[in-house]
Write a protein that binds this ligand. Structure first.
Ligand SMILES: Cc1cc2nc3c(=O)[nH]c(=O)nc-3n(C[C@H](O)[C@H](O)[C@H](O)COP(=O)(O)O)c2cc1C
Ligand code: SF4
Ligand code: SF4
Length: 273
């Protein structure tokens, strides 16, 4: 169905910042100045989201183990129900997006939302500086912007994303299981650490204890790598040889650069290119 959108809202979770960058580029293409719900830090997730009728939502989340992060899944499942247009976006680390986009589609339709556009973009992998290095790069952001222009067009028409188009290459219709999170410790190079506490304040699950960069409650840690990637002094690393070996294998097996995948109506106006 076609919509007269009166308000636009951007909702994202982005521990290492790539999903945020993609979401902002899409918003640029949409030519909107949306209100934002950045769910990354725990304090921001407590806010109640009230939605107008005919409010457009852009939902953007990273891929974790071929699924959505549990925090993102639970947040979307708690949004108010109602007929409204949404765009569903996932960002993955150049390995694969698995069932994450399908999962987001189903969560949206479970809230009675109509998915008018969907996409999977690539970001530098949380566990590597090589896999998807520096992505989203300029070309990715331009694709995201053009995708935003396309979303704007879909709002005026009757086209919406067909669930089947998201499951086409899959053997069965159930999602892959949530993978257990790796149990990984951290090490800090004492001579590099300036005790600035950026790591402490960037943790999405408040896993640091007593504001101490060295003390982490591993039972709270979702292994998102924000504390490592956002450390301005490169003082932190994961400290687990088996985990790092697995990451090295993953990097070696995924050296081909993936390109964005978008789900939009065919034959959108020419100026989109
Ligand atoms: C726990 C975890 C699991 C991940 N699983 C996948 C995956 O299945 N496929 C993939 O390509 N990237 C995977 N990634 C990488 C992220 O999807 C990717 O780096 C994304 O750009 C991170 O988003 P952010 O910068 O918004 O945090 C995973 C990252 C984490 C932390
Ligand atoms: S962000 Fe890096 S330098 Fe700052 S306290 Fe944490 S480990 Fe130390
Ligand atoms: S402690 Fe764990 S959850 Fe917190 S930022 Fe670091 S990796 Fe992410």
């Amino acid at each position: 169905m076609a919509y007269q959108v009166i308000r636009n809202t951007l909702i994202y979770f982005s521990p290492t910042g790539t999903t945020r960058a993609i979401a902002k580029s899409i918003a640029q293409g949409l030519a909107i100045n949306p209100r934002e719900f950045d769910l990354t830090l725990p304090g921001q997730r407590g806010r109640q989201v009230l939605l107008d009728d005919a409010e457009f939502l852009l939902l953007a989340f990273p891929v974790y183990g071929g699924r959505l992060p549990v925090i993102a899944r639970d947040f979307v499942a708690s949004l108010p129900k109602g007929r409204r247009p949404v765009a569903a976006v996932v960002v993955y680390g150049n390995v694969g997006y698995g069932d994450a986009l399908l999962e987001l589609f189903d969560l949206c339709t479970g809230r009675d939302y109509e998915v008018k556009a969907a996409a999977a973009f690539v970001g530098e992998h949380s566990y590597s500086h090589v896999l998807g290095k520096n992505r989203p790069n300029h070309a990715d952001k331009e694709s995201a912007r053009v995708f935003g222009v396309g979303i704007r067009q879909t709002l005026f028409g009757n086209w919406s994303v067909n669930r089947e188009s998201l499951v086409r290459n899959r053997r069965n219709s159930s999602y892959r299981d949530y993978e257990p999170l790796p149990k990984v410790g951290f090490s800090i190079r004492p001579r590099s650490c300036e005790v600035c506490r950026v790591c402490v304040h960037s943790c999405p699950t408040a896993a640091f204890m007593d504001g101490d960069p060295k003390k982490i409650d591993l039972s709270r840690c979702i292994v998102c790598a924000a504390c490592i990637k956002l450390c301005p002094h490169k003082a932190r690393t994961f400290a687990d040889d088996d985990f790092l070996d697995d990451v090295a294998i993953m990097v070696a097996n995924n050296s081909d650069a993936k390109t964005p995948t978008t789900f939009l109506p065919p034959n959108l106006p020419e100026y989109m290119g």
